[in-house]
Design a protein. Sequence first.
Length: 65
Amino acid sequence: MKVKMFSKGGKYFGKSNTADLLEDEINSWMENHPGLKVIEIKQSSCGGSMEPGQHLISVWYEEDA
């Protein structure tokens, strides 16, 4: 099993639209790797009202043999 990490900083929703940027990056990666079998997806965010958030998504997958 392997893992691919995706990370972006900034507000998750709002002007920076971090959610859309992460979604586009993940979809693009998956389109370019059609032989992947996604096993699990994890999401984590940190940061607070006084600092920009950091968002991390890990996609755990297997490659077709």
